[in-house]
Design a protein around this ligand. Structure first.
Ligand code: B12
Length: 385
C-alpha cells in the first residue's frame, strides 16, 4: 500500500504522549525534519572520504542515503527520534573473564526497540487513519546520530556518540520516519568544550578529538570484524571480547546520568557481561547458537568470539593459560582462530608457550597460521623492552 500524507492534523504533543504511552520504560523523544543541513551532509561525506568506515564496506552512496530518510520511507517529511537508556550495573569480574559492552548484556536491543517503535508507529497510523510511518533502528542507512542531534535529543560528543543531557550517552537510538509534517524541535547548542577524557581513554587512538573517529581502530569495531585483527592493535584491546565502553565510562555527563536502563536490560547472567574466556575459546556453533542467538553478539559467528577470546587471554599475560591456548592451537578448526592463538602465545612468551609453538609449527598446514607462529616465536624470543 502506498504511504499517504495525513490530511488531518496530528500535533507533535499528541505524538509524544502517544509514544510515551506505548513505551514500557523511560524514553526521550524529539522531532527532526526529514533532511539535514549542508554542514551535516558535508560531515557525512568527509567521514566517508577519510575512510573512517572503511571496515564496514559501505558503498559510495551511503553518505547520501545516511542524510536522506527517503531511504527508509518515500515522501518522508519528519523523523521522530527516540532515545532509549540502557546503562545497567556491571557485574563483578574475576580472573579469565572477558569484557562485553553494556549494550550487549541482555536480549538483542534491535528486536526490543523495533518492537516498541512499531507499536508507536501503529498507533500513529491508526490515529492518522492511513499508513504514514516506517521504523528504523541501527540497521537502516540513515545517520541516526545526526538526526537525533538535529532533533535536539542531545549533542554528538568527542566519542562520537549522542549525549543526552539527562540520560548521558548510554542510549540506543531509534526513529519513526513519517510522511506527516510535524513541527521540529530545536537542536541543542552544546559541545564537550575542553573535555578530552574519552580521547585520552581510548587505548587505540581511534578518537581524534575533533568529534570524529577512525572506526577501523575502535575496539568495538575490532571485536566485530570477521577477518584478522591488525597485529599492532591486539595488545591494546585488553580483555574486551565484544564492543567497548572505555570512551563512555569516563564521559562526565554519562557518569552523571548513572544507571538508567530497565531491569530487563541488566545482564541476563554474569556470563553474558563477563564471559568465561576459556569457555569462549572452546565455543562451537551449537553452543554459540544456544547462548548468543538472542543477543546482540549473535550475528558474527562462533569463530569471531573464539578469536577475541584468544586475544583477551593473550592480554592477561598469565602463564597459567598457556596449556589451554596450546590445546586450541592444536584443535581449533578455523585458521584465523589458530593464528590469533599463536599470537597470544607469543605475547605471553613463556618457555612452555615457545616450545608449544615450535612443536605445532611442523604440523600446521595453513600459511597464514605458519606466518603468525614464526612472528610469535620472534616476538617471544626478543628481549622485552
Ligand atoms: C557503523 C556503526 C558503528 C561503527 C562506527 C561507529 C562510529 N562512531 O561511527 C562501530 C563498530 C565502531 C560502532 C561502535 C559503536 N556503536 Co555503533 N553504529 C554504527 C551504525 C550501524 C552506522 C553508523 C554510520 O552509518 N556511520 C556513518 C557516519 C558517517 O554517520 P553518523 O553515524 O551519523 O556519524 C556522523 C554524524 O553524526 C556527524 N555529525 C552530524 N551532525 C553533527 C553535528 C556535530 C556538531 C558533530 C560534532 C558531528 C555531527 O558526525 C559523524 C561523522 O563523523 C549506527 C546505526 C546508524 N544507522 O546510524 C550505530 C550506532 C551509531 N552505534 C551505536 C552504539 C551504541 C555503538 C557503541 C557504543 C557500541 C559499543 N559499546 O561497542 C560503539 C561506540 C563506539 C564509538 N565511540 O563510536 C549507537 C549510538 C547511540 C548513541 N548514543 O549515539 C547507534 C546509533 C546504534 C543505535 N541505533 O543505537 N558503531
Amino acid at each position: 500500500m502506498p504511504h499517504l500524507q495525513c490530511s488531518e492534523e496530528i500535533s507533535r504533543e499528541e505524538i509524544i504522549e502517544l509514544a510515551h504511552d506505548a513505551a514500557s520504560g523511560e524514553i526521550e523523544i524529539r522531532i527532526a525534519p526529514a533532511f539535514v543541513d549542508e554542514r551535516t551532509r558535508e560531515r557525512l561525506r568527509e567521514a566517508f572520504r577519510r575512510g573512517d568506515f572503511a571496515t564496514w564496506g559501505y558503498d559510495d552512496d551511503r553518505a547520501a542515503r545516511a542524510a536522506d530518510p527517503g531511504s527508509v520511507l518515500d515522501d518522508a517529511r519528519s523523523v521522530i527520534c527516540v532515545a532509549f537508556p540502557y546503562a545497567t550495573n556491571a557485574p563483578a569480574r574475576s580472573r579469565f573473564q572477558g569484557r562485553v559492552s553494556n549494550y550487549a548484556w541482555s536480549s538483542d536491543y534491535h528486536r526490543r526497540i523495533s518492537c516498541t517503535l512499531r507499536e508507536i508507529a501503529r498507533r500513529i497510523d491508526e490515529r492518522a487513519g492511513a499508513p504514514v510511518t516506517a521504523v528504523a533502528c541501527d540497521t537502516k542507512p540513515i545517520a541516526e546520530r545526526a538526526f537525533a542531534a538535529r532533533a535536539g535529543l542531545g549533542w554528538i560528543g568527542k566519542h562520537t556518540n549522542l549525549i543526552s543531557s539527562r540520560l548521558g550517552s548510554y542510549v540506543f537510538l531509534g526513529e519513526i520516519v513519517t510522511t506527516l509534517e510535524l513541527k521540529p524541535d530545536v537542536p541543542l547548542r552544546k559541545s564537550c568544550g575542553a573535555c578530552r577524557r574519552c580521547v585520552d581513554a581510548c587505548p587505540t587512538g581511534a578518537l581524534r578529538g575533533d568529534y570524529t573517529i577512525d572506526a577501523g581502530r575502535c575496539i568495538a569495531d575490532l571485536t566485530q570484524r570477521t577477518d584478522s585483527v591488525p597485529r599492532e592493535l591486539r595488545p591494546l584491546m585488553g580483555e574486551w571480547v565484544w564492543g567497548c565502553d572505555l570512551c563512555q565510562e569516563v564521559c562526565p555527563p554519562t557518569q552523571r546520568a548513572g544507571v538508567r536502563g530497565r531491569s530487563e536490560d541488566a545482564a541476563m547472567n554474569a556470563s553474558a557481561a563477563a564471559p568465561d574466556l576459556l569457555r569462549l575459546l572452546r565455543l562451537r556453533a551449537g553452543e554459540y547458537r544456544r547462548t548468543f542467538a538472542s543477543t546482540a553478539m549473535g550475528w558474527r559467528g562462533a569463530a569471531v568470539l573464539r578469536r577475541n577470546a584468544a586475544i583477551a587471554l593473550g592480554n592477561t599475560l598469565d602463564r597459567a593459560i598457556v596449556p589451554t591456548l596450546l590445546e586450541a592451537l592444536e584443535t581449533d578448526p578455523h585458521p584465523m582462530v589458530r593464528a590469533h592463538v599463536a599470537w597470544a602465545l607469543g605475547h605471553i612468551g613463556s618457555p612452555a608457550a615457545r616450545e608449544g609453538l615450535q612443536r605445532h609449527f611442523v604440523r600446521e598446514r595453513e600459511q597464514s597460521v605458519l606466518e603468525e607462529i614464526a612472528l610469535a616465536l620472534q616476538v617471544s624470543t626478543a628481549p622485552k623492552a
